[in-house]
Ligand binder design. Sequence first.
Ligand code: FAD
Ligand code: SF4
Length: 569
Amino acid sequence: MAQITRSPKPYDVCIIGSGAAGGTAAKILTEGGLSVVMLEAGPPLDPARDYKEHLWPYDLEHRGIGVGGKLRGELNSEFLAPNGAWDIDGEPYVSAPGSTFRWFRSRIVGGRTNHWGRIALRFAPVDFKSRSTDGMGDDWPITYEEIAPYYSKAESYIGVFGTKENISSAPDGVFMPPPPPRCTEVLVKKACDKAGILCVPSRMAILTKPLNGRAACHYCAQCGRGCVTASNFSSSQVMIPSAQDTGRLTLITNAMAREILVGKDGKAEAISYIDKTTRTEKRVNARAFVVAASACESARLLLNSRSRLFPDGLANSSGVVGRYLTDSVGSSGAGYFPQLAKVPPHNHDGVGGMHMYIPWWKFDRKNEFLRGYHIEFYGGRFMPGAGDFDGVCEEYEGYGAPLKQKCRSSYGSYIGFEGRGEMIPNENSYCEIDPDVVDRWGIPVLRFHWRWSDNEIRMARDMQETFRSIVEAGGGTFQSKAGDGSGPHPYGITDGGVIIHELGTARMGTNPKTSALNKYCQAHDVKNLFVTDAACFVSNPDKNPTLTILALSWRASEYLLEQAKKGNV
Ligand SMILES: Cc1cc2nc3c(=O)[nH]c(=O)nc-3n(C[C@H](O)[C@H](O)[C@H](O)COP(=O)(O)OP(=O)(O)OC[C@H]3O[C@@H](n4cnc5c(N)ncnc54)[C@H](O)[C@@H]3O)c2cc1C
Ligand code: SF4
């Protein structure tokens, strides 16, 4: 029988995962005086070594797109912070027949907060009450008013820029001043004004002023590759160091949690994990557990934690773990603007991402679909990446000076538009444990089932129509590969998981028969178990989820702290 190494003493809390949710929990719990052990499946991160935002494509082998350009167009690690990928060697997942689901995972301290786009939007009051509003999906067990103070705490601590706009679908927050718009953004803003569409400064977790020893952004525009000055938010550079400063955090890296073990009293008492470095199984004991491995990994861990008391997996007497899986609705298009081709080259620097965005603006009318979407847009003369001129070279014959001239005039003349909309949970979209496939550590993997409903497809059609109207109002020519309502991607709707906003797999609620967690992210079935990542979400509004993950994890951790001090967990 394999030997299992046990930790000598129980910690107050064991946190699984060091991303947005885990990092926040570590900060609050250690600062509150608890001893915390954190298991992280990936290696440690050294920003000076691992982040690459100041590298030029020509500094990299094959300009960063791999042998034969095979990584072209992919989110690949050469142009991204390390250890984030669509596929991880030895750690597969499965899409069920007839379904396509893509799952972007990060295995490193800080998780996907090293890679994210830093768009930090609050959910609106109506987002927590969707069933009461239109009869579909379910209401959250909390209101906007209950979470608002935690949005403010998170924004104040991490730093988010934006402006007060008083738009009911996009509540204002605690904002730093935004950077000024670039010329492409001014063009879109004017087009939106003509088309009667809102366009406002974006809201991103990037510092425009120094904060808590972190420098303001120096506008290198490469946030997805990390930030050595910690000017954008990552859990690895903002949350984990605060927890480490308390001296109460034990961070165990390369530790892949396999199963949560329960005692005779039905409480979680230990976690079994694989030490990837020694390939041995180890065990750590704690008085409470915070599962924060990201929505689907957390569902996987719970479903793999079967026991006599919990034969269907931990915290799953309701059967909802893995269910209610959603992602954002995505569809994209672009505009060619001839007037931009004539703009002389000029400094187009800024943050890594948009300085303006289009919040959901049709909230006050009847639309052909329920719920809403926002639009992100990008363009201009950023540092070109490898492959940026492929399209021009395909379109124009020739070589030498005339082709170079075409590349120069086309570069920066396009603006891309990306819709991000709300998906309503449906019974055909969920994840479960695959009965046959295990990863390289012998841990059963997830199998995904996925189907968009007509509501999302109608929304994607509306996105395409809106992109066209903005582009045409701006004097451009609309270009889109989205196609019509036929085929596997009607109106260009992305595959499930592609927008990397997967959530809902252990939702909260008041009824233990229809939800896994209460409104503090605490398992109905196991009172010393909390799930504080996006697994707990009840719905997936058009806003990107991470600011809400931070706020909910902050709130749940304060509650856990209070309960621990009263001896209630
Ligand atoms: C390219 C990109 C752009 C994005 N842009 C945005 C954006 O602009 N705005 C936004 O709101 N969101 C965005 N997101 C999504 C955002 O990154 C996630 O919502 C957020 O990071 C989720 O936080 P989390 O703590 O739940 O999980 P993660 O950040 O994924 O962290 C989970 C951690 O748990 C670890 N882990 C997993 N399983 C185990 C296990 N069994 N044992 C131990 N450790 C484990 C992982 O290694 C990882 O470090 C983006 C994501 C990507 C990749
Ligand atoms: S744009 Fe700003 S926040 Fe982003 S990587 Fe560069 S300095 Fe950091």
